[in-house]
Write a protein that binds this ligand. Structure first.
Ligand code: RTP
Ligand code: MG
Length: 154
């Protein structure tokens, strides 16, 4: 049995508000992952600050949390045997500038505007994915999802 790994993808406000970019991203999600859950929200700054708690004190914390509360974001729980790595590979490096040189076809390289407006977020480990999915989808049952894993690969 192959275990289905889950990750949280967050499409940032500037990408959600651009129909061309959004439809490009949605096609990737649909073709490469099992899209388990999707929700569009407009965060308040306090919630954005709680979500990005690990970055408190860093120089980009205020601009990141303010930006994430500046418009709608799309939240996606994505499933794939290698979901965390695959989504982060598709995203590319945090730095848009690096992305443009290292992998011009990564999402951040193609559609990133700055290191804050870098298109999307991806969980960086299984622990982060579980914490982040629970943060936005408190009702989500990992237990039942795991029991169903095998079904997807028959
Ligand atoms: P993410 O969490 O968004 O998937 O991005 P990441 O793992 O590649 O990067 P991380 O270090 O977790 O940073 C979270 C978000 O903070 C902004 N950031 N700006 N040098 C900078 O200006 C800088 N470093 C980080 C980015 O928007 C990044 O997505
Ligand atoms: Mg990160």
């Amino acid at each position: 049995m192959q275990k289905l790994q889950l990750t949280l993808a967050i499409i940032k406000p500037h990408a959600v508000s651009n129909p061309v970019v959004l439809s490009f991203i949605r096609n990737i999600l649909k073709n490469k992952f099992i899209v388990v859950k999707t929700k569009r929200v407009n965060l308040d700054t306090e919630t954005a600050c709680r979500f990005y708690q690990e970055h408190v004190g860093k120089f980009f914390y205020n601009r990141l949390t303010t930006f994430m509360a500046s418009g709608c974001i799309d939240l996606h729980v994505l499933g794939h045997v290698n979901a965390i790595h695959l989504w982060r590979k598709i995203l590319g490096p945090t730095s848009v500038y690096k992305g443009q040189f290292q992998d011009p076809y990564c999402l951040r390289g193609m559609f990133g505007i700055s290191d804050t407006r870098n298109v999307a977020h991806g969980s960086d480990s299984e622990d982060s994915a579980e914490r982040e999915i629970k943060f936005f989808f408190p009702e989500f049952s990992f237990y039942h999802w795991r029991l169903d894993d095998e079904e997807w690969f028959r």
